[in-house]
Write a protein that binds this ligand. Sequence first.
Ligand SMILES: [Zn+2]
Length: 285
Amino acid sequence: MCPPACLLDMPELPEVEVTRRGIEPYVAGRRVQRVDVRNFALRWPVPATLARELEQRVIHKVERRGKYLLFELDDGWLIVHLGMTGTLRVLRNLPALPPAARHDHIDWIFDEFVMRFRDPRRFGAVLWHPRASGGVLEHPLLASLGVEPFSSAFSGTLLHRRTRGRTVSIKQALMAGDIVVGVGNIYASESLFRAGIRPSTPAGRVSLPRYELLADAIRATLAAAIDKGGSTLRDFVGSNGESGYFQLDYFVYDRAGLPCHACGVPIRHIVQGQRSTYYCTRCQR
Ligand SMILES: [Zn+2]
């Protein structure tokens, strides 16, 4: 379960990736029988043609770009973003399918299970990108995203090169998403702790060796979160609970005033760009 502070900060890339890994084995190669849209009001309206595009079509695979889930079909892609409170679940026990609750916007009904999208705060998105409009990565929401943190394109060199001359703080530069995707508020604080970099440091003043440490720290932090999520996969699939988001044992995030795990100094909380930042004044310089 999320601590209260993380409501604004979830889900991040690891939660989306764990959702993808949880769902893909069920839906890949399966035919959508029916689509039941109960509520079209999300961040953008759910396309009125969604059911027509998907019904009786096979989903080939589920990929992820940033925090977008991409379901590939013959004629295009279903794009799903979980927003702040969205969840996608596979409900397998059809005879005892829980009745749709108020915030259960969409059901994709397959032969043996239902994939259900719930989003109480409605910042999520469910969109359709026809193949006739080009590859899905050309979609306006995806075209300008930064590199994937687990791709070979992501490195300390990239971070260093893309931040020369920039006075914005390193934490805000990471979170902007135009250099690298997937480093949201939680994992920005955690990665900067692992790399020993103070979050308020101007991005243009961080040296290449420190950016190399940071790139490694980002990958390690995200990988640890995905591993942790993988071990709680049952929370995403088959359950109908309120929160499937997992919680890491954070080094600094949401630990204001508590002793640093490395040095014992109380963790400090500041606000940057209207978001909470947590760091250790001794370990991060
Ligand atoms: Zn410390």
